[in-house]
Design a protein around this ligand. Structure first.
Ligand code: HEC
Length: 225
């Protein structure tokens, strides 16, 4: 059985958390982020996320690259999936669009030191600007986990239905799209990257991809616990 990208990501996250747990905060080496798939944006640091307005493909790839960058470098303090456990601010609430960009990138570049103690390391030099904006795109599009939790029973039913293989694709896509529209971001960004949206998208691209869509729901629902 081959593992999906999402599953591999979760494994990588579980691994990096275990690895991170061996050290106190602050002195875990930053993990480089492969941003080759994203357009270059120059050397000069921008104050607004350039990947928000470069079309859907760039935006989606920024989310995926940002997910791995975030989970490797930020999650140990800011929480898996950006859901904070209280150690550091919950970044899902950072205001969307250009309103939160400048503050985000300042913290990212410079980190935060209080009375000589590094509370957050500086990432600017180490990870670079492309990784910064990819992570920003990921953070901003996190779905409200409570909204997913409220719909988890129905999402599980849909998952089981998909797994049965006898599916009216159009009806399922329609329902998933409705659910996706009800799951909002906490940042105020217009589109939330939820498992409902991902599963609908998968089925739209491949109308018989029931198992792949079911797996997106399974992995997402188990990650939520
Ligand atoms: C060692 C723990 C740690 C790591 C790792 C870390 N942060 Fe932080 N971060 C903090 C703490 C603590 C604060 C709160 C600082 C303060 O009081 O303003 C913070 C604040 C922030 C803020 C400002 C939030 C706000 O609401 O004002 C942003 C943005 C941020 N971090 C982004 C990131 C990103 C992106 C990464 C990964 C590239 C990251 N952080 C990695 C500990 C961490």
């Amino acid at each position: 059985m081959t593992r999906s990208r999402h599953e591999r990501l979760l494994l990588a996250v579980a691994f990096s958390l275990t690895a991170g747990a061996a050290y106190p905060h602050g002195d875990v080496a930053p993990q480089p982020v492969n941003t080759d798939a994203l357009p270059d944006v120059g050397e000069e640091w921008l104050t607004e996320n350039p990947y928000r307005d470069m079309g859907e493909e760039v935006w989606k790839s920024a989310i995926d690259i940002g997910a791995s960058g975030f989970n490797q470098n930020c999650a140990r303090c800011h929480g898996l999936g950006a859901i904070s456990g209280g150690l550091a601010p919950d970044l899902r609430f950072l205001e969307a669009e250009e309103y939160g960009d400048e503050w985000f990138v300042e913290r990212f570049r410079l980190g935060y030191t209080q009375n000589g103690t590094t509370k957050m390391p500086a990432f600017g030099e180490l990870l670079g600007q492309k990784a910064a904006w990819a992570i920003r795109t990921y953070i901003e599009t996190r779905p409200d986990d409570a909204a997913i939790e409220e719909r988890s029973d129905e999402l599980k039913e849909i998952r089981d239905h998909l797994a049965s293989g006898e599916v009216d694709t159009e009806a399922v896509v329609a329902r998933l799209t409705e659910i996706a529209a009800e799951i909002e971001t906490l940042s105020g960004a217009p589109v939330a990257d939820s498992i409902a949206a991902r599963a609908a998208e998968k089925l739209t691209a491949d109308p018989t991809g029931f198992h792949a869509a079911a797996e997106i729901l399974t992995v997402g629902l188990s990650a939520a616990h």
